[in-house]
Design a binder for this molecule. Structure first.
Ligand code: ADP
Ligand code: MG
Length: 347
């Protein structure tokens, strides 16, 4: 198998953010009180930088691992999601923590609003592809057709704090977990009264407050095809608190016989989505939403994403396979294209 993975690309958004922060710290070292940590949590590389608070960066990093272990992971026995997957059925519900139940309500809204393009029941299909491992597998059409019978967000029902699952259905919050981590980080920052912070969890970033130097946050958008050696295709200038997530076909993939098989799946076919896009970056208030929308919009493609973005009052940067970049109105003043192998076109 001609395998080619781009683990480095997982770090790209994170890297530009950290670099700009390091620059800031260099200039302002004796005037600001910032603490930073880089570590692995939620199965990805994370970094946290907090201004104006002593302990929060480490606390936030610990929290990211905690919520993965206690609530979100389908892999970790005893987590809320693993418990639901193991024990909930159509007749016998499971009552998870209120925390998990709240996010499940949000996630099912997004599944409904995106007409199932975002579907939190694709776990078993993702597991069959196994694209996160060193040993991916390319399933046959019939294998996928059979497995898809046991997927579908309508097979999850919620009521009075309880979760019901139809036979064979498994919940996987992989497409929103990192954004949820950013939301929980924001809550902690608010509670501890930090001045400002930037938190990166894989492809999701939280900017919080205003940097002490008064300059806006600068967030790089990864170049999905960096054959030309450019790591970023452009950047976003963000003033204040915001959530930013990117989904792309370059994050986890394998190429076989010239075909790129990536990890964002079309819920109708079980195959990687082919919507004409190679990356989508979402900017909105909530992390779970920016993360979920980046996946949903990647599956839907540019045209079909627009009404969904309007529903949730979110903005986006779409990158097409023809290397065209389309920026929604609310982001136009904030986006700068830096890689000349891409062309910014009007909506
Ligand atoms: P990443 O996890 O690399 O940040 P995403 O946020 O786009 O990327 O989430 C992709 C993950 O979500 C996949 O690894 C898989 O577990 C799951 N997934 C894949 N396709 C979908 C989909 N259409 N709807 C919901 N979850 C999906
Ligand atoms: Mg996502």
């Amino acid at each position: 198998m001609n395998r080619k993975k781009s683990f480095a690309s997982l770090l790209k958004i994170t890297c530009v953010m950290v670099c700009s922060c390091i620059g800031t710290q260099f200039v302002w070292a004796d005037k600001t009180d910032s603490e930073s940590i880089t570590d692995t949590a939620m199965g990805t590389d994370c970094s946290v930088r907090v201004y104006g608070s002593d302990r929060t960066a480490k606390d936030i990093m610990d929290m990211l691992s905690d919520i993965e272990n206690k609530y979100l992971s389908w892999r970790i026995e005893g987590s809320d999601i693993a418990n639901i997957n193991e024990n909930a059925s159509e007749n016998k519900p499971v009552m998870p923590s209120k925390w998990t139940y709240g996010y499940l309500e949000n996630v099912l809204d997004l599944a409904r609003e995106s007409s199932g393009a975002f579907d939190p029941t694709l776990g078993r299909v993702s597991q069959l592809w196994n694209l996160e491992s060193d040993n991916p597998y390319i399933p046959s059409k019939s294998e996928l057709t059979e497995l898809l019978l046991e997927t579908g967000w309508e097979k999850i029902s919620l009521g009075d704090g309880e979760v019901f699952l139809k036979d064979g259905v498994q919940i996987d919050l992989g497409a929103v977990g990192k954004g949820i981590g950013c939301d929980e980080a924001r809550k902690m920052l608010e509670e501890t009264g930090a001045d400002a912070a930037v938190v990166s969890v894989g492809g999701s970033i939280l900017t919080y407050g205003k940097k002490p130097d008064g300059k806006p946050w600068k967030i790089g958008i990864a170049n999905p095809r960096n054959e030309d050696g450019e790591s970023y295709l452009g950047s976003l200038t963000i003033d204040g608190t915001c959530s930013i997530s990117t989904s792309g076909d370059y994050e986890k993939y394998v190429i076989e016989d010239g075909v790129r098989y990536h990890h964002i799946l079309d819920t109708k076919t079980g195959y990687p989505a082919e919507s004409g896009l190679i990356s989508v970056t979402i900017v909105c208030d909530d992390g779970w939403l920016s993360d979920g929308l980046s996946t949903a919009c990647f599956v839907l493609g540019y045209e079909d994403s627009l009404s969904l973005l309007e529903t949730y009052q979110a903005e986006a940067v779409f990158v097409t396979e023809d290397k065209e970049v389309i920026v929604t109105d609310g982001l136009k003043d904030m986006f700068t294209l830096t890689d000349s192998s891409y062309e910014q076109v009007e909506e």
